[in-house]
Design a protein around this ligand. Structure first.
Ligand code: PLP
Length: 364
């Protein structure tokens, strides 16, 4: 059909492979979902209560700048609320950043197994995504810098990264930043910051404060509020100003704003989640590091497990699903066909996963 006979998407849009979310069990099944890095301990009870309270004001537009939420974030993290913008999930903010800083003829650089939303937002903005090889599933700073061209406008870095769980130390992120021209925006996506235990990690705030070309993006999704869709970012004034100009005027709904503010202040819940995660992440990693499997050490709330063959990964996925545990396949969306990504769940779920995978290993 001629492109004159119907509306035609902008160049690049139809090259986008739509995001593939982690699978759920069949409707009505009791399957445990370990495929989307959600909280195994639910949400903060204070956030649930705050969310419910919003039901009394559903006819009123929310305050457009998420002021209450920004104030809570500012208070708990020691940030000026004026330097924060909130979004309908951090996905919303990634799209806005791409729309502002990328266009036709521009390039954005990312590591090969970086978060699969970056190619989507880059292409949606009309720009080209440049994928850079990693070193054993770790972002390679030298290779990233070597991929920068005069067309580069953005570097996307998830730290820790999804789906690998690996991270760059503060020194490595600084080395990456130091090698970038000042007109290139470095987006540090710290979606899993709350789960990091490594002492040489930095969330990215110091860089944001120090330089004019760094932003830090965060989310509540991995902390028990995935359904509420709340993201936030911190950046220099000129970036914050630009994002405010094009964001949806009421982009974070009222229940989300109230639940988010209550969740931020519930630091005990966040701590409990972190401790649970660290304990079972380490346990799972150790138990799955056998001959036929390799668990990549993770700083996030999931572990990527590599199998000897693609078939072994498919078999493991099927056996886990038969046992009622849905994990994340990362072949189609990330090109890691011999791997699975397993979210850290309850103790019961982790023990069951290990039991199922160990029995496979013994049979092979
Ligand atoms: C889960 C995730 C996000 C969060 O997305 P939301 O839109 O806030 O749910 C962002 N970045 C990375 C790397 C993630 O894994």
């Amino acid at each position: 059909m001629s492109s004159f006979t119907r509306p035609t998407p902008q160049p690049g849009i139809l090259e986008i492979a739509a995001y593939m979310p982690g699978k759920s069990g069949k409707p009505g099944s009791k399957a445990v979902k370990l495929s989307a890095n959600e909280s195994p301990l639910g949400a903060s009870p204070k956030a649930v209560e705050a969310f419910a309270s919003a039901a009394q004001q559903l006819e009123i537009y929310p305050e457009g700048s998420s002021r209450l939420l920004r104030e809570a974030l500012g208070e708990v993290h020691g940030i000026d609320p004026a330097s924060i913008v909130c979004g309908n999930g951090s996905d919303d903010l990634l799209h806005l950043l791409a729309q502002i800083y990328l266009g036709e003829g521009d390039e954005a650089v990312m590591n090969r197994y970086g978060f699969s939303v970056y190619p989507i937002v880059t292409r949606a903005a009309g720009a080209r995504i440049v994928m850079v090889d990693e070193r054993d599933y770790h972002a390679d700073v030298d290779a990233l810098l070597a991929a920068v061209t005069p067309r580069t406008k953005v570097v996307w870095l998830a730290n820790p990264n999804n789906p690998t769980g690996t991270y760059l130390s503060d020194a490595e992120v600084r080395r990456l930043h130091a090698g970038l021209r000042p007109d290139i925006l470095l987006v540090v996506d710290s979606a899993y910051a709350e789960y990091v235990t490594a002492a040489d990690y930095s969330v990215g705030l110091d860089l944001v404060r120090q330089y004019d070309n760094v932003v830090m993006v965060r989310t509540f999704s991995k902390m028990g509020l995935a359904a509420a869709r709340i993201g936030w970012m911190v950046g220099p004034d000129h970036v914050i100003d630009a994002v405010h100009r094009i964001r949806g005027p009421f982009n974070v709904n009222l229940p989300a704003q109230l639940a988010g503010a209550a969740a931020v202040r519930d630091v005990e819940f966040t701590q409990r989640l972190k401790e649970h995660n660290a304990r079972w992440r380490d346990w799972l990693t150790e138990r799955l590091s056998g001959n036929a499997m390799r668990a990549i050490p993770s700083q996030a709330n999931f572990v990527m497990v590599l199998f000897e063959t693609d078939q072994a990964a498919a078999q493991a996925f099927a056996s886990l699903a038969d046992g009622g545990y849905i994990v994340r396949e990362i072949g189609a969306s990330y090109g890691i066909h011999n791997g699975l990504r397993i979210s850290i769940g309850t103790e019961e779920a982790m023990r069951a996963v290990v039991e199922i995978l160990s029995s496979l290993e013994q049979r092979s």
